[in-house]
Design a protein around this ligand. Structure first.
Ligand SMILES: [Zn+2]
Ligand SMILES: [Zn+2]
Length: 49
């Protein structure tokens, strides 16, 4: 058997449910405002990203 071809088998997906991606924004800390009091450019004022 030639070892140059690796047959990739698809790994089984983890059964763990993906939690909703709602994290306190790492830029504004969840306030939605940046240090200037403007809408946070990282989360667009949502407060999480
Ligand atoms: Zn952020
Ligand atoms: Zn933000």
């Amino acid at each position: 058997m030639p070892p140059d071809q690796h047959q990739k088998t698809p790994e089984p997906e983890t059964a763990e449910p993906i939690p909703p991606r709602r994290w306190q924004c790492c830029h504004c800390g969840g306030t939605g405002l940046d240090s200037y009091g403007d809408t946070c450019p990282h989360c667009l004022g949502l407060g999480f990203c």
